[in-house]
Design a protein around this ligand. Structure first.
Ligand SMILES: *[C@@H]1O[C@H](CO)[C@@H](O)[C@H](O)[C@H]1NC(C)=O
Ligand SMILES: *[C@@H]1O[C@H](CO)[C@@H](O)[C@H](O)[C@H]1NC(C)=O
Ligand SMILES: *[C@@H]1O[C@H](CO)[C@@H](O)[C@H](O)[C@H]1NC(C)=O
Length: 423
C-alpha cells in the first residue's frame, strides 16, 4: 500500500508554503523544527544533535522537575555492561513524608521519551507522584541516548558507534543494569511499570527468563509486542521508509526527533494521500480521549528525546514481519556473524513464566498497541496462571492516555496499585 516513498528523490523545497507546512506539522507532533518554545539550539541543527552538553553538577531531572513539585529526589548513576552511563531518579517518599516498608517501583518510559514523561501532569494525575504519595519507593529510568543518559565510559554521543544499538541492547544491558541497581540499593524485589517500548523490553527479558529474581510484578501499559496489526498508517509509512531506505537511515545514527532528517521524513509521510496529517498526534497514537492540551508547552520543554536510528529500523522490521525477533542485519552472512545463525533469534513470549504477576493496560483506540496485537500476545500467554494476569481494558483510551490522561489515576493507576499491593 505505502511502498512508494522514495526518499532519495526528496529535494528540499524552499517554497514558503512548504516550509510553513513542515513547521506546522512538526509542531503538531511535538517535533519542533524551529525551537519556538525552549532552548533547542542543540537540537535544531538536526544533523549535529550530538553536541548536547552532558549533565553536570546539579542540573538534572530531580531539580528541574521533581523537586519543583515539592518531592524529595535523589539522582543516581548506573553503568551498563557495555559502558553506557544512565541516570536514574528516585522519589523516596510522598508529600506526606516517610512510611515504613516501602516497595520499590521502577518506571520505564517509551520510545522517544524519558523519565519526565511520567511527570507531565499535576502530582495528582502523574503516575510517578501518585505512586510516591501511595507509599511506594519510586525509581525512574532514562534510556541510553536521552538527554540525561548520554554518558559512556569511553565513547561520546557524536561517535557513530555510540548509536549502534536497538532495543535488543536495552533488553541485554539497560534493563538489567537498572533493575539490578534498584534491587541492590533497596534490598527488595521491585515492581515494574513500562509504557510502550518499556513493555517490549520487559517482555523480551522475561521471555529469556531474565530479571525474574528481582521483579515482584510488572504492569505493562499500551503493551508493544506483536506489531503486525498496528493501525497507525503514519507509523506504518514511516516503517516502510526506514526499511526501503535503511542504508540512508543507518547513516544518520542518532535519530533526533527535532532534527532535519526526522522533519523531512514527516514531510514525506504527509505527502501521501493515505495519511491524514491534520492532527499528527492522533494519526500516530490514536484519538487520545483524555490528554489535556494545556500541558503541550511543558511537554515540549522536555520531550521528545533521541533514540538510535537502528532502534527504529528494528521496530520497523517487527511491523513488517509481525515477529518478535532480534535485529535483522538483512542477510545470512551478517546475521551469522552476530548470532551464529542465518536468521535473527526469536524472543519466545510463550516462555514467560506462568506465575509472573502481570498487569496489562490496553486501550480500544490505541493505534500503536492494536487490540488485535494485544490479543496475539494474550494468545501466547494462554497458559498463564489466571490469578497472575490482570487485564485492564479501556475502550476510549489511546496510546498517550496511559501516561498523560487526566483521568488515568481512576482508570488505570488505582487498579494498578491495587494489583501491586496484592503481590
Ligand atoms: C483528518 O483528520 C481530521 C481530524 O482528526 C478530520 O476532521 C478530517 O476529516 C480528516 N480528513 C480526512 C480526509 O480523513
Ligand atoms: C486542562 O487543564 C487546565 C489547567 O489545568 C484546566 O483549567 C482545564 O479545565 C483542563 N481541561 C479539561 C478539558 O479538563
Ligand atoms: C537537556 O539537558 C540540559 C542540561 O541539563 C537542559 O538544559 C535541557 O533543557 C535539556 N533538554 C531537553 C530537551 O530535555
Amino acid at each position: 500500500m505505502v511502498n512508494s516513498i522514495v526518499r532519495n528523490k526528496l529535494v528540499p523545497s524552499h517554497s514558503m508554503a512548504n516550509i510553513l507546512t513542515t513547521i506546522a506539522l512538526a509542531l503538531l507532533l511535538c517535533l519542533s523544527a524551529v525551537g519556538a518554545k525552549t532552548n533547542l539550539n542543540t537540537h535544531s541543527r538536526g544533523l549535529s544533535p550530538s553536541t548536547i552538553i552532558p549533565l553536570v553538577g546539579q542540573d538534572g531531572i530531580c531539580n528541574l522537575v521533581v523537586e519543583k513539585q515539592g518531592y524529595a529526589c535523589e539522582e543516581h548513576k548506573v553503568t551498563t555492561k557495555d559502558g553506557y552511563i544512565l541516570s536514574l531518579q528516585r522519589i523516596p517518599e510522598g508529600r506526606s513524608g516517610k512510611s515504613p516498608n516501602k516497595i520499590p517501583v521502577l518506571l520505564q518510559h517509551g520510545l522517544l521519551m524519558d523519565a519526565v514523561s511520567w511527570m507531565i501532569n499535576s502530582p495528582d494525575e502523574s503516575l510517578a507522584f501518585i505512586l510516591a504519595d501511595n507509599g511506594f519507593d519510586v525509581w525512574l529510568s532514562n534510556t541510553r541516548g536521552t538527554n540525561y543518559s548520554r554518558g559512556h565510559t569511553s565513547i561520546k554521543p557524536n561517535d557513530p558507534s555510540y548509536w549502534d544499538w536497538s532495543w535488543d541492547e536495552l533488553v541485554a544491558y539497560d534493563l538489567p543494569a537498572t533493575v539490578q541497581y534498584v534491587h541492590y540499593q533497596t534490598g527488595q524485589k521491585l515492581h515494574y511499570v513500562g509504557h510502550s517500548l518499556g513493555t517490549l523490553i520487559a517482555l523480551a527479558a522475561f521471555s529469556q527468563e531474565n530479571l525474574l529474581n528481582s521483579i515482584r510484578a510488572a504492569a505493562l501499559l499500551s503493551p508493544i509486542a506483536y506489531l503486525a496489526q498496528m493501525s497507525s498508517t503514519l507509523a506504518r509509512t514511516a516503517a516502510d521508509a526506514f526499511i526501503a531506505e535503511d542504508l540512508y537511515w543507518l547513516g544518520i545514527k542518532e535519530f533526533a526527533p527535532r532534527g532535519e532528517p526526522a522533519v523531512k521524513l514527516l514531510q514525506d509521510i504527509c505527502k501521501q494521500p493515505t495519511n491524514n496529517c491534520s492532527n499528527l498526534m492522533t494519526s500516530f497514537t490514536g484519538p487520545n480521549c483524555c490528554v489535556n492540551s494545556s500541558k503541550t508547552d511543558y511537554f515540549l520543554e522536555h520531550e521528545p528525546q533521541s533514540t538510535a536510528t537502528k532502534n527504529l529500523i528494528h521496530l520497523a522490521q517487527m511491523i513488517r514481519q509481525g515477529t518478535i525477533a532480534m535485529y535483522d542485519y538483512g542477510n545470512a552472512d551478517e546475521n551469522n556473524k552476530h548470532y551464529g545463525q542465518p536468521t535473527p533469534p526469536v524472543y519466545d513470549m510463550a516462555r514467560i513464566p506462568n506465575n509472573l504477576p502481570l498487569f496489562l493496560g490496553f486501550g480500544g483506540q490505541d493505534y500503536l498497541s492494536d487490540v488485535d496485537d494485544v490479543q496475539t500476545l494474550l494468545d501466547t500467554l494462554k497458559d498463564h496462571d489466571t490469578d497472575k494476569l490482570v487485564l485492564q481494558y479501556r475502550e476510549d483510551y489511546a496510546h498517550a492516555d496511559f501516561v498523560f490522561g487526566e483521568n488515568a489515576k481512576q482508570v488505570v493507576y488505582d487498579p494498578l496499585m491495587a494489583f501491586f499491593k496484592l503481590q
